[in-house]
Design a protein around this ligand. Structure first.
Ligand SMILES: NC(=O)c1ccc[n+]([C@@H]2O[C@H](COP(=O)([O-])OP(=O)(O)OC[C@H]3O[C@@H](n4cnc5c(N)ncnc54)[C@H](O)[C@@H]3O)[C@@H](O)[C@H]2O)c1
Length: 279
């Protein structure tokens, strides 16, 4: 049985599409840690996904639809969540990402700007919308913890990541800017977790995903962090053990972000060089 470090806490989990989703694992881990949760996703994802299955695994957690780009939906979500949970919210997971340019294989230098706007709205501005709605409704308890998931393409160039890189940079910036405001106003903390490449619907949509999944695994002293590892890290960040952490981008990547090159990658390059010299 998991440590009950979220006993008595109430949370909202965005973005559980199927059992591979990071949000799916986090929802289960939160309930195992003693929390009471509400599950939410875009209406279309609720129709296509398996969220009712997840709800059953989470003590019949209520499922409330919300498109994270709609202020009306978000207002309903927070209002109904407080009713269902019987009080204000202690933690929120923003696990939302989508780029129409990535989906349609439109490369970065030929971007479609309507798509680009959608990428930024869904994957980054939605965090601002969530925080603004929560603040207006005074829906979060003091010391509540809000986490959004990010990727290292916010800091370094990963060509296949396309406009999602810009969205993640904006997401991390909103985390700092709103984290400052919400910290002073209500002691609410806001952080991003920058996760290793993970095999999920959103992850595998990125071009060349398999290659950079294996590259990251070989580069990271601890290997790639799995979605279960990510869920555990999020639970620690929702808990009171991390109550003074805010406005941070926290790398959860097995050491990838601070490794220049690994001996495993060098071995691969040497192998390729030897093969091409012999051919
Ligand atoms: N998979 C990876 O390699 C990886 C690595 C680092 C960070 N992340 C981030 O983790 C988060 C979760 O992604 P995942 O990998 O679990 O994939 P996923 O596809 O399971 O989750 C993405 C979720 O975003 C939701 N979503 C899309 N548009 C929405 C909208 N308008 N309103 C509300 N929800 C919407 C989808 O329905 C889906 O549930 C994303 O922010 C992603 O960028 C993923």
């Amino acid at each position: 049985m998991a440590h009950q470090i979220l006993q008595g806490k109430k949370g909202i989990i965005f973005g559980a599409l199927d059992e591979r989703s990071i949000a799916w694992k986090t929802a289960i881990a939160a309930v195992e840690a003693g929390a009471q949760i509400v599950l939410t996703n875009a209406p279309i994802a609720l129709r296509m996904g398996k969220i009712n299955e997840l709800s059953k695994l989470c003590n019949d957690a209520p499922v409330i639809p919300a498109d994270a780009t709609s202020m009306e939906d978000l207002e309903k979500l927070f209002t109904q969540s407080m009713e269902a949970l019987g009080g204000k919210v202690d933690f929120v997971l923003h696990s939302i990402g989508m780029s129409p340019n990535v989906r349609k294989n439109i490369d970065y230098t030929n971007t479609n700007y309507d798509n680009f706007h959608k990428t930024l709205d869904i994957s980054a501005m939605s965090l601002h919308r969530v925080l603004q709605t929560a603040m207006k409704l005074d829906a979060l308890n003091e010391w509540a913890s809000v986490i959004a998931l990010s990727y290292i393409a916010a800091q370094r160039a990963f060509p296949g990541y396309n406009d999602m890189a810009d969205a993640k940079a904006l997401l991390e910036s909103i985390t700092r800017s709103f984290g400052y405001q919400y910290g002073f106003a209500k002691k609410v903390r806001v952080n991003t977790v920058s996760q290793s490449p993970t095999i999920t619907t959103a992850g595998s949509g990125v071009s060349g995903f398999d290659s950079f999944f294996h590259y990251a695994d070989k580069m990271s002293p601890l290997g790639n962090a799995t979605s279960e590892d990510c869920a555990s890290y999020c639970i620690s960040l929702f808990s009171d053990y991390t109550r003074m952490v805010t406005m941070q981008n926290l790398f959860h990547d097995g050491g990838f972000s601070f490794t220049g090159v690994s001996h495993l990658v060098i071995e691969e390059i040497n192998k390729l060089a030897a093969e091409s010299a012999n051919s």
